[in-house]
Write a protein that binds this ligand. Structure first.
Ligand SMILES: NC(=O)c1ccc[n+]([C@@H]2O[C@H](COP(=O)([O-])OP(=O)(O)OC[C@H]3O[C@@H](n4cnc5c(N)ncnc54)[C@H](OP(=O)(O)O)[C@@H]3O)[C@@H](O)[C@H]2O)c1
Length: 325
């Protein structure tokens, strides 16, 4: 079999691409880990690809395991990151390792996360979807307040377009419904921005099934981003609704802010049985839970990013899933 290309990545991985043999089977090595696949010239061997794909809104295919870019800011999700170079390295490695959806928000930093994404990745790879959010303002570190006034949402989207250096945002999610503003007005503003060509798809965050249904009477909602992980399943009804309706469900705190990377008990037992890390089991569980789930674990460290991506390759058995129920 003829080696066509050996592409070293700055993340330390090397992608080897072989000419397909007559049987259309090839081999590739990523970080020394051999895998076989059909038709080697076409198969994406980057780790995130092992999580499978989901087409957001039917026309934006992404690898299901993504990256949450909230943790590349300072403490309290405020200001610059402690290690700027590492934050840039995390973003570059995420893309090199096959992540095709990065979640961010104008309020992360504020502005810092979006600015770093553009600094690290612009001009963007064609297959990268940057999902950002509008609707929260930041009085200070650790403080978040909803602002769903149409004029604020408009200004926020303009700011995100400028910082991300985009002409159109692929996925704009309302960060949290503002109880002071009629919900329909908030959704309608995003629909208007969509008609103006500034937003491709509209998503919601921190909503109930009832709010989601109400929004769908006004707009084509393609994603919902709610808190959901192995230890907090309060959004189970929203996950079920999104699964039934083929709407992307993007669970935030997929690692319970790191607790699931540390925790003992059942998670550690299943992890040990697979020679895996607890964080990888937590992410594999989300991926197995529903084909519409797109986990976006956050980290400020390349080491943790690589660990988390291995969760994409982990296949939990029926008995693992029962044990984790
Ligand atoms: N829509 C919303 O209201 C909302 C709210 C919160 C978050 N989000 C989004 O959801 C994303 C994910 O949530 P999150 O980042 O807050 O929480 P998370 O993914 O559950 O956990 C992130 C935390 O876990 C640690 N961690 C990550 N990988 C690890 C590993 N392999 N081993 C040990 N520790 C690890 C990180 O610390 P290190 O930096 O040290 O790795 C970080 O503190 C965010 O980035 C953001 O994009 C949305």
């Amino acid at each position: 079999m003829k080696l066509l290309e050996a592409r070293p990545l700055s993340s330390g991985c090397v992608i080897l691409r072989y000419e397909p043999s007559e049987t259309k089977r090839g081999f590739a090595a990523v970080n020394g880990c051999m895998s076989t696949f059909q038709n080697s010239t076409q198969t994406d061997v980057r780790p995130a690809a092992a999580s499978g794909t989901f087409a957001i809104g039917g026309d934006l295919p992404v690898h299901r395991l993504g990256f949450g870019a909230m943790r590349i800011t300072g403490p309290g999700i405020w200001g610059e990151p402690a290690d700027h170079d590492e934050a840039i390295a995390v973003l570059k490695a995420a893309v090199e390792l096959g992540i095709t959806i990065i979640d961010t928000a104008d309020s992360y930093g504020p502005e810092v996360s979006e600015r770093l994404i553009a600094q690290a990745l612009y001009p963007y790879p064609a297959d990268l979807v940057i999902a950002t959010k509008a609707g929260l303002v930041r009085p200070g570190p650790g403080d978040w307040e909803p602002d769903g006034r149409p004029e604020h949402l408009r200004a926020a989207v303009e700011g995100s377009l400028r910082r991300l250096r985009l002409e159109r945002i692929d996925l704009l999610q309302l960060h949290r419904p503002d109880p002071k503003v009629p919900f329909d007005d908030q959704v309608n503003t995003l629909v208007e921005l969509q008609r103006e060509g500034k937003i491709r798809h509209v998503g919601l965050s921190n909503v109930s099934v009832e709010q989601l249904k109400a929004a769908r009477r006004i707009a084509a909602i393609v994603s919902v981003q709610n808190l959901y992980n192995l230890s907090d399943r309060s959004a189970e009804d929203v996950v079920a609704y999104c699964t039934h309706e083929n709407i992307a469900f993007i669970p935030w705190f997929p690692l319970a802010t790191g607790d699931l990377a540390r925790t003992g008990g059942t998670l550690a037992r299943v992890a040990h049985a697979h020679g895996a890390l607890p964080a990888q089991v937590a992410l594999a569980w989300l991926l197995a839970k529903s084909p519409v789930i797109l986990p976006i674990p956050g980290t400020s460290k390349v080491k943790h990013l690589k660990e988390n991506l291995e969760g994409a390759r982990l296949r939990l058995s029926e008995s693992d899933l029962q044990e984790l129920q």
